[in-house]
Design a protein around this ligand. Structure first.
Ligand code: ZN
Length: 284
């Protein structure tokens, strides 16, 4: 670390370091990553790391006096023709600019990074011997980078127990964790993917893991996967699967710069209520 890095960094300094750690060329072609808004020469004393830049996390950023928000999900993924303050995203943009808060997004480039989003998820579950579920190709190839991670549990356990274990280890949400497969199946090798993971079901089958944990699984792909003899599935809240990465990126920011890096624990998962049917409560 250089002495200059110990001085108050600018948005440009922090963004430059983030871009080196999560090069924009590593992102999927459809993705939109990097600095969304903010003045390059403004000082950064405090950063708030969030999964989603939504009105509630903007409130939090303003309350804690953040100069920069590092978000996982891009605020502007699809083209817009207006950021008028009477639009949902326009209002967010106006509030941030007025308050002088910069916004940066690291999305699929952070997913494949090593360490990246799925390393943090795997770390929460205590998985060891991590390797990518799908090795990165193109600009991000090499260096152990890729989508998802595969690792081993120190102590194998049944699917039922692993489901409870995951619910206890991951950030708490109303949705919790649900699993598909025989509750008694022994789980030792696990694939994880932060965020929506159903496009990698075939990769989990090919990897011959005992279970695959990700978010946003759907009825037909999950049913057909299991009917074909695929590994057990664990469906977790999208926010919970990506929230662990915030700790890792915040710790790295604190090491790189003399700044305060805070992590938002505001659950931005849209699912806020969960009930188990009374007749099913005794099944596990
Ligand atoms: Zn996501």
């Amino acid at each position: 670390m250089t002495d200059s890095a110990r001085e108050v960094p600018t948005v440009s300094d922090v963004v430059g370091a983030l871009d080196l750690r999560y090069p924009r060329t590593w992102a999927e072609e459809w993705d939109r990553v990097g600095l969304v808004l903010g003045e390059f020469d403004r000082g950064v004393s405090r950063v708030l790391c969030v999964v989603d830049c939504v009105p509630e996390t903007v409130d939090e950023a303003l309350t804690v006096g953040a100069d920069l928000i590092v978000a996982h999900h891009p605020l502007l993924l699809k083209p817009v023709s207006s950021i008028a303050p009477d639009t949902y995203k326009g209002r967010i943009i106006h509030r941030l600019i007025r308050a002088g808060v910069a916004l940066y997004a690291a999305h699929t480039n952070a997913d494949i990074a090593n360490p990246g989003v799925s390393d943090a998820l795997a770390g929460r579950l205590g998985l060891t011997g991590l390797r990518p579920l799908v090795a990165a190709r193109g600009a991000g190839a090499g260096g152990g980078r890729g989508i998802g991670r595969i690792g081993e549990l120190a102590d194998p356990m049944s699917l039922a127990d692993f489901t409870s274990f995951a619910a206890g280890r991951l950030p708490g949400t109303a949705a919790g964790v649900r699993a598909a497969g025989d509750p008694k199946t022994v789980i030792r090798t696990v694939a994880v993917c932060g965020g929506a993971g159903d496009s990698f079901l075939a990769d989990a089958v090919a990897a011959e893991v005992d279970a695959y944990l990700c978010a946003d699984l759907r009825h037909h792909p999950a049913s057909e996967h299991l009917a074909a003899g695929g590994p057990a599935l664990l469906d977790v809240a999208h926010w919970a699967s990506e929230r662990p990465w915030l700790d890792e990126v915040a710790a790295w920011l604190r090491e790189e710069f003399a700044i305060e890096a805070l992590v938002s624990d505001l659950d931005t998962d849209p699912w806020t209520v969960h009930a188990v049917s009374p007749s099913k409560e005794l099944l596990n």
